[in-house]
Design a protein around this ligand. Structure first.
Ligand code: SF4
Length: 465
């Protein structure tokens, strides 16, 4: 049987799917000069291949099937499996319609098709609800489903075959490493050491498709070893929602990488309270070169209302300072527009993002994703009817204190204030010289004042950031 795996590339803005926003995906349609540059660099560094497709390719190839991968071309086959997203679902269903008109049976996988089957069911023969691997194992045995079918979560993740990147990516040997970015142009090799998240942030889709499970360290390092055999010095992107959830496991992972003499670099996403100086040192020695982490909001009360445990600022600053000393590239995530947010609280969060001094920052507008507790809470306030606008950059509900225009303005201001300041460049270039840093701080203040004057000229509200 020939199976087509479709991880379709969007033709509007910069779209990330697969493990981004739990699989709902995110779209950045640039809306200012700074976001245009930001989206441009994301296209080069963040267009990472789908780890779920690589798992499915492996399961199907193991079953003796012919696997064809596409990012947009219509490819003849017996069955096509399409990675679903919220932000680009119309493009995906249109592609599915074309495939079905050629006689191909089409199925959708992923969180969007699982939680919102109504968007897909008229455009496909089946939907695999849940994590797709168990359902695809049945397909590999020749059982093509019909309608909505539950694909049960696999508890023993070690039982899965390793992802087959050779079947779902273009030739990646030419990936170009750049010192300051850590991640090479063209991305790297995503790896899932665990799935789900044991935390309780009510806005987060990472915890709603399946429970938290982790692979054994031996199994993870077997996969790393295989990557090292196939590619010299691979750059690995751990896509676990909470990589350092279990400190002992992280230390064990570092030991095993060292024991097997693997030469690789890697990045991961985690919470800052799940890191300490000793752990960072051990991770760095094993090849850890970049990390992303959520700050979300400066206000602990706002975070608590959303089920998120706040992390003391002193700890956040200590971890970031240590990362800077070790040369670990950092990216902070911020969410604007929590129900408790006001213009002033968002201004304070933006200020904090620049003070904290991560190498990069990502700002999004609070989005209630279907299936999350936050969605239930905000459902009566929803104003947006186009699901593709649930993209992380659009206000989709009636906010008690801010209009859609005001939040978009603040989002733009956040990007401008973070990326158009001398210390952004100094952090990027890893300049630590004290005299230079003092001069950069003075320049930061002048640039900040200029931003304030420009913003006052553009909005009627008082600008306090
Ligand atoms: S810590 Fe919170 S935001 Fe992060 S993955 Fe877990 S539930 Fe989601």
């Amino acid at each position: 049987m020939r199976v087509v795996l479709a991880d379709l590339k969007s033709d509007r803005g910069f779209v990330n799917k697969d493990t981004v926003v739990g699989g709902y995906g995110s779209r950045l349609d640039p809306f200012s000069r700074v976001t245009r540059i930001y989206a441009w660099q994301k296209r080069y560094f963040h267009d990472v291949p789908s780890v779920h497709m690589a798992y499915l390719a492996s399961i199907l190839a193991r079953g003796g099937h012919d696997v064809k991968w596409t990012r947009g071309d219509v490819v003849d086959g017996d069955v096509a499996l399409v990675l679903s997203s919220l932000v680009d679902y119309r493009h995906e269903t249109a592609w599915a319609d074309r495939m079905r008109s050629r006689g191909v049976k089409v199925g959708f996988i992923g969180i969007t098709a699982s939680k919102m089957p109504e968007l897909f069911r008229d455009h496909c023969d089946f939907i695999l609800t849940g994590e797709p691997e168990a359902g695809v194992m049945r397909i590999a045995h020749g059982n093509i489903p019909a309608g909505s079918v539950v694909s049960e979560q696999i508890d023993d993740l070690d039982a899965l075959p390793f992802p087959r990147w050779d079947l779902v990516t273009e030739d990646r040997r030419g990936m170009l490493g750049i010192q300051w970015s850590a991640r090479p142009v063209g991305g790297g090799y995503p790896l899932l050491a665990s799935r789900g998240c044991p935390e309780f942030c009510t806005y987060c889709p990472h915890r709603i498709l399946a429970g938290y499970r982790a692979r054994s360290i031996a199994n993870i390092v077997d996969e790393l070893e295989r990557l090292c055999d196939q590619h010299p010095r691979p750059y690995v992107i751990f896509r676990d929602p909470l990589f350092s959830e279990q400190r002992d496991r992280c230390l064990e992972l570092c030991d095993e990488i060292a024991a097997r003499g693997l030469t690789l670099t890697f990045e991961a996403e985690t919470r800052l309270d799940r890191l300490d100086v000793e752990l960072l040192d051990r991770l760095h020695a094993a090849g850890f070169r970049a990390m992303s982490f959520g700050v979300e909001s400066l206000d602990p009360a706002t975070l608590k209302k959303s089920g998120r445990r706040p992390i003391p600022q002193a700890h956040q600053r200590a971890i970031l300072d240590h990362c800077q000393r070790k040369g670990i590239v950092t990216a902070g995530f911020y969410v604007l527009g929590f129900l408790q947010d006001t213009w002033e609280s968002i201004a304070a969060t933006i200020d904090y993002s620049t003070e904290l001094g991560s190498t990069f920052a990502q700002f999004k507008i609070l989005t209630p994703y279907p299936g999350t507790p936050m969605f239930k809470q905000l459902e009566p306030l929803l104003t947006e009817t186009d699901w593709e606008k649930f993209d992380g950059h659009t206000l989709t509900f009636r906010h008690p204190n801010l209009t859609r225009h005001e939040l978009k303005f603040l989002l733009g201001a956040a990007y401008t204030r973070f990326y158009v300041r001398p210390s952004y460049l100094a952090n990027l270039l890893q300049i630590h010289d004290t005299a230079v840093r003092e001069w950069v701080s003075r320049m930061d203040r002048r640039v900040n004042d200029r931003h304030t004057r420009q913003e006052i000229g553009r909005v009627s509200r008082p600008v306090t950031c």
